[in-house]
Design a protein around this ligand. Structure first.
Ligand code: ADP
Ligand code: MG
Length: 257
């Protein structure tokens, strides 16, 4: 390829659970600005691939490189706190008693920022930081269409709206890469469109790359420039969504043939 440094470059990732090889020698790279789909039947190793890439599980072998730095043995917390690569979980977690804006500000405080404010006194620094976070939170609240509910308690909002809060929270540190595990699962069709729009906006306007596990092939086709198919832990094929759908082995894997 171009020789540029990928956002994420994974080589030979392997993870076994007892007798099961959940992920089997998988290579995957994501270019800057790319939205990559990760698809495959249930049990094909998609979530395990995420877990091993983000420090939640330790791979048996293989390497994970984020913007050229080796993060293979970093913990989930260390990766998350740094704020360059973030992941969602299938279960949505929000601070239910806090309002939407407070949720985003708190999320922002959990990340370590480059210390442009380090020349100021501690009090002034933290005051400026909170103000900056609040401003950024408001922008992201508008972007995700949560403006009308910005001051409602998160726990009183719908599951789909809570997913948007979680997604907006992930944008707080201006990450380079977001990994989403089935972001559309269980949310109503109206909000699906909004999630798609938000992903697109974050990609185009904020330069965030994405790796998305998604079962809905229409969503993959509309969002992703490229897709990778896993089957029984192995990479079955990769290409544009159209190429992947047309692949005979992919059809067989999904039909259990
Ligand atoms: P997918 O997300 O594609 O549905 P998973 O990565 O969840 O697939 O699972 C891949 C395989 O690894 C499955 O056979 C699953 O049972 C097994 N597996 C995943 N996580 C664990 C775990 N923590 N302990 C034991 N087996 C696991
Ligand atoms: Mg899964």
């Amino acid at each position: 390829t171009s020789g540029k440094v990928s956002v994420l470059d994974i080589k030979g990732l392997t993870k076994t659970y007892g007798a099961v090889t959940a992920v089997d020698n998988v290579d995957l790279h994501i270019d800057h600005g790319e939205i990559l789909g990760l698809i495959g039947p249930n049990g094909s190793g998609k979530s395990t691939f995420f877990d091993c890439s983000t420090g939640l599980a330790t791979p048996d072998s293989g390497s994970v490189s984020l913007e050229g730095s080796d993060i293979t043995n970093w913990s989930l917390n260390r990766i998350a706190r740094e704020g360059r690569m973030l992941r969602s979980f299938q279960k949505t977690v929000v601070f239910k008693k806090l309002d939407v804006e407070e949720n985003l500000v708190i999320a922002g405080q959990m990340f370590t920022f480059p210390s442009v404010l380090s020349t100021f006194s501690v009090g002034k620094r933290s005051r400026m930081r909170i103000e900056g976070l609040r401003k950024h939170a408001r922008e992201l609240i508008e972007l995700t269409g949560l403006g009308p509910v910005a001051h409602m308690a998160a726990g009183n909002l719908s599951g789909g709206q809570q997913k948007l809060i979680q997604f907006a929270s992930m944008l707080m540190p201006d990450p380079r890469l977001i990994m989403l595990d089935e972001p559309m699962a269980g949310i109503n069709p109206k909000l699906v469109e909004r999630v798609i729009d938000t992903i697109r906006y974050a990609n185009r306007e904020m330069g965030v790359s994405f790796l998305i596990i998604e079962h809905n092939i229409d969503v993959v086709t509309s969002l992703c420039s490229r897709a990778i198919v896993l089957d029984q832990g192995r990479k079955l094929c990769e290409g544009t969504p159209a190429e992947v759908i047309a692949n005979k082995q992919v059809r067989e894997a999904y039909l259990g043939g």
